[in-house]
Write a protein that binds this ligand. Structure first.
Ligand code: ACO
Length: 333
């Protein structure tokens, strides 16, 4: 029987996957008017990975990242109770999580998609921790995966330089209250600015000839880079400070700052505003670009594999992006 007492939640394992095919700044400068120098100085990005196979989708990357995480702790997929797939680029608008559930053999898991763009993984971890802390489930697989290369206008130099494809996963498990490692969260949405970053649905200009109803299609990614930049640099530090203060913590307690990997200048500006030493920033966007919902779990997995993050260290994770949605989770590793 389920117990509805507040319990703890901890991240047991992480995993990640990127496509084999890389696309450098120089290669992009062959298709739009840009340069490696411009892209690197404005964003910190050198290259990104793109999914090129005709039948490949976010599901393929999600499966690889999930299996990587499961393998690290020798967990049988049938032990997973819930799968949350944070993505904005599903291969089925009804949801892609169930395809991952089936293909990894997570026969006992409920699975659903969660859409919150680049904040998706943060929202996913927070959602998972609710199910764990109230005792509903024991093991939850949270996947952040996106293949925005499929939604980019490759003739638009203001967006095509930024994004890459990837998936990251975390297995989160219920634990005793004393071992709780997802300490607190702080989440926000401001739909007033949704037009600053969108993959908008558009109607065809004429309605159906007999039914008088409109059908349509989805546009490419449209972004007001300057506004998104200003929003991230002003709002993300406030979210982090609110979350730390709810835990009676200060910036001095932070061992690692893991932000959504959108732009190296944003990472540095947020650290500056918080007076957090830049050596505490986890960054890998030079190799992968902005991988949307995958960026945080991909960087987390890499930092764990590199033995950067040590037991009991405080990791501040913050996501931000379309919606606009942003938020923070503070984790004791
Ligand atoms: N190469 C060369 N020149 C370029 C390029 C390019 N790829 N793109 C724009 N330019 C030009 C512009 O046309 C402009 O020229 P002008 O001055 O003659 O008009 C000039 O460079 C400056 O353009 P800005 O847009 O002002 O450049 P900025 O310094 O703001 O950098 C950037 C653009 C990198 C996009 C930046 O604004 C940024 O990173 N914003 C945040 C974006 C972001 O994080 N988005 C993802 C959020 S996560 C999610 O939810 C998916």
């Amino acid at each position: 029987m389920k117990s509805f007492m507040i319990q703890g939640a901890k991240i047991l394992a992480t995993g990640s996957a990127v496509p084999n095919s890389s696309l450098s700044n120089n290669q992009i400068s062959n298709i739009v008017n840009t340069s490696d120098e411009w892209i690197f100085t404005r964003t910190g990005i050198k290259e990104r990975r793109v999914l090129t196979g005709i039948n490949q989708s976010v599901v393929d990357l999600g499966i690889l990242a999930s299996m990587d995480a499961l393998k690290k702790i020798s967990m049988d997929p049938s032990e997973i109770d819930l799968i949350i797939l944070a993505t904005s680029s599903p291969n089925d608008l009804f949801g892609s999580a169930s395809q991952i559930q089936c293909k990894i053999g997570a026969t006992n898991a409920v699975a659903f998609d969660l859409t919150a763009a680049c904040s998706g993984f943060v929202l996913g971890i927070v959602t998972a921790s609710q199910f764990l802390q109230n005792g509903s489930y024991r093991n939850i697989l949270v996947i952040g995966a996106d293949v925005l290369s499929k939604w980019i206008d490759w003739s638009d130099r203001s967006t095509c330089i930024l994004f890459g494809d990837a998936a990251g996963a975390a297995i989160v498990q219920r634990c005793s209250n004393q071992n709780n490692s997802i300490l607190n969260f702080q989440l926000n949405t401001d739909g007033k600015y949704s037009e600053h970053l969108s993959i908008a649905y558009k109607n065809y200009t004429s309605p159906h000839s007999k039914l008088n109803l409109y059908q349509g299609y989805f546009n490419y990614v449209a972004m007001n880079g300057k506004e998104v930049y200003k929003f991230a640099v002003s709002q993300v530090p406030l979210s982090i400070l609110k979350c730390l203060s709810s835990l009676d913590m200060s910036v001095n307690d932070v061992d690692w700052l893991l932000l959504h990997q959108a732009n190296e200048r944003i990472l540095k500006a947020v650290a500056d505003k918080l007076s957090i030493n830049k050596s505490k920033i986890i960054a890998n966007l030079s190799k992968y670009g902005n991988t949307s919902a995958a960026s945080i779990p991909l960087a987390l997995d890499e930092a764990v594999q590199d033995d950067k993050i040590l037991d009991s260290q405080i990791v501040v994770i913050a996501g931000f992006g379309a919606g606009l949605t942003w938020g923070t989770v503070v984790i004791r590793w």
